[in-house]
Design a binder for this molecule. Structure first.
Ligand SMILES: NC(=O)c1ccc[n+]([C@@H]2O[C@H](COP(=O)([O-])OP(=O)(O)OC[C@H]3O[C@@H](n4cnc5c(N)ncnc54)[C@H](OP(=O)(O)O)[C@@H]3O)[C@@H](O)[C@H]2O)c1
Length: 310
């Protein structure tokens, strides 16, 4: 009770602006109303001045009484006033302009926020790839390939991307085997443990690198065993063109790191349990394509294709 101040009602800035605006509009309409009343009285007065008091009785314009023109001119000004209050001030007044401006600013802000979100996403991806590169210094990102060896995937895949079944190849294509032999001759060949086990014995004149998670995996002399794809690439770093020769699991991981794909596309669909990943043509550009028909040594049509990372 004592010393307690009466709470003063708080009006925020927006409310105050609304009130001021409403007061302004009331004043404008009031002025228009007064103008209308004066116009009516004035018109009656002009008519009376001419007809009753005889002012300018002999003065005519285009054969008509002068007060007619005076009233018409006044009517024009009144209509102009009316237009100002209901059109100019309502749709083009300060408040209207402010509202439009606020709407535009809000829209621009929305676009800026979207762009910012895009930037943050891109920056995060760049940061992630930099962290990944730092954590795996042995792996060169595809962008730095020019100065490094050309990591090449070599694979034969059907139209439905089938590559193997029951740990065996699905077809026998003499020219494909020849091509494999020619391309990989003298190079390091990197493979998963299962693909290695699908060979009767290691291939001549190639350095085999087998990837397994097993610690005590036994291999013949000369075969290198590693525990990750990164270590396999590292073990082949002296080779200007090491080859990834399969199978499905290793292709999937290596596709992210490879610079080139030597693909034999067999133009049929096959039943399989192992597949090659889809080749994304926004990442890979076809640079060579040679078609082969069926013959006595080749039961299926096929093409030799070469892709390079864009
Ligand atoms: N058409 C072709 O061009 C072609 C070429 C090659 C192979 N193939 C076919 O592909 C099939 C084999 O492929 P697949 O996918 O079953 O097996 P795979 O890729 O040859 O080998 C898989 C094995 O590799 C090891 N491995 C995979 N990723 C690893 C990693 N990140 N770190 C450590 N070790 C890793 C594991 O060995 P552990 O289990 O020992 O840990 C895994 O079981 C066969 O049918 C074969 O005939 C086809």
């Amino acid at each position: 009770m004592f010393g307690k101040k009466k709470p003063i009602p708080q009006i925020d800035k927006d409310q105050l602006e609304l009130i001021e605006n409403a007061q302004k509009r009331i004043k404008q309409k009031k002025r228009l109303y007064i103008h209308f009343v004066i116009f009516l009285i004035g018109a009656i007065f002009l008519i009376a001045a001419n007809t009753v008091l005889g002012i300018g009785k002999d003065f005519k314009l285009f054969g008509k009484e002068w007060f007619l023109f005076a009233i018409l001119i006044w009517l024009f000004f009144f209509l102009y006033h009316l237009f100002n209050v209901f059109i100019t001030h309502k749709f083009m007044g300060e408040t209207w302009e402010k509202e439009q401006l606020e709407k535009l600013v809000a829209k621009q802000q929305e676009r800026i926020d979207k762009l910012k979100a895009g930037f943050v996403k891109e920056e995060t991806l760049i940061a992630q790839s930099e962290v990944y590169a730092e954590a795996n210094p042995k792996i060169q990102s595809p962008k730095s390939k020019k100065t490094q060896s050309e990591l090449t995937i070599i694979v034969a895949a059907a139209e439905n991307d089938a590559i193997g079944k029951g740990n065996k190849l699905i077809w026998h294509l003499s020219n494909d085997l020849k091509r494999f032999k020619n391309l990989t001759n003298g190079h390091h060949i990197i493979m998963g443990r299962k693909t290695f086990e699908s060979f009767p014995k290691p291939l001549p004149n190639r350095t085999h690198i087998v990837i397994t998670r097993q610690n005590d995996y036994k291999v013949p002399d000369g075969v290198i065993v590693v525990n990750s794809l990164e270590d396999a690439i590292d073990a082949a770093k002296s080779d200007p063109q090491p080859f990834i020769i399969g199978g499905g699991e290793i292709y999937k991981q290596a596709l992210l790191l490879a610079d080139k794909i030597e693909l034999t596309r067999v133009h049929e669909d096959f039943e399989a349990d192992t597949y090659f990943p889809k080749i994304d043509t926004s990442v890979w550009k076809e640079i060579a394509n040679t078609f082969h028909t069926k013959d006595e040594k080749h039961k299926h049509e096929f093409s030799f294709l070469t892709y390079e990372r864009i």
